[in-house]
Design a protein around this ligand. Sequence first.
Ligand SMILES: [Zn+2]
Length: 316
Amino acid sequence: MKAAAIYGPGDVRVLDIDRPAPEPGEVLVEVKACGLCSSELGMWADPAFKTEEPIFFGHEVSGVVAELGEGASRFAVGDRVTIFTDRGGYAEYVAVPEAWAVRLDAGTPFDWALGEPIGCAMNGAARSGIEVGDTVALIGVGFMGGLILQGARLKGASRIIAVDARPESLALARALGADVVVDASKEDAARRILELTGGEGADVVIEATGKQGALDAATDAARIRGRLIIFGYHQGGKRTIDVQAWNWKGLDVVNAHERDPQAYLKGIRTGIKLLEASQLTVAPLLSHYFELKDINAAFRTAASKPDGFLKAVVTF
Ligand SMILES: [Zn+2]
């Protein structure tokens, strides 16, 4: 089968390897879609990264159960699933413990059912501690920001102020029902959020960019005793924090990430239920599609973010 492995910056190769056999308790999944995650861009762009051994990757996977390992009983061949995996989803097949698979309805498109990011956003929304009636400021409305914006609404935010500098992200925020959209290319986001909240600041500020500037803006835009949610994935060096401002405001700061597969799966189950109940929408967040053979182009596109870019998906 074909599977993509990364060897160094800008160097993803599609290899011919043996199709994996499911171990006892596992299912083999024929991959139909694998989302390209911005957490993978760090490695793809890192000039110091180089490996002789192929690193198989891709973790935002949905597909069809193709084979059952011994004793696997939760699924039948042909079932549609989204999975959590760390074994390389940019491949025609991937084997995972059956407990890491979540069933999809017949009508759920594979490219919408990218389990890991949807689960990540639902877990982030849960960790945010948003209470009914809160004013939430969201800094960064890319693919993940677009998901957690919807999570914030579902948690009961009364007002969502969405900040971004890219026109496609501002349009997305509007389409997803943000109450106020702030163009950070034209105005100071923190100052605008303070204005919009009568000088107090937002109850909850979600930083969803993984960038230093957004951390600073989030610090300035949160109210005293507010919550600062670090949902962005920070790669490429250390960040500088105004801890005195955090002290002064008595902020609750949450790193809204999970690492335990069970936590991922809980979020994925929640997200797929919401998706299939039309409480969560993914279609407007997807912008670019690639075949596996063009995976380097997919990475180049995700890194350069051409006009209109929100998310790349490799489909099979
Ligand atoms: Zn991801």
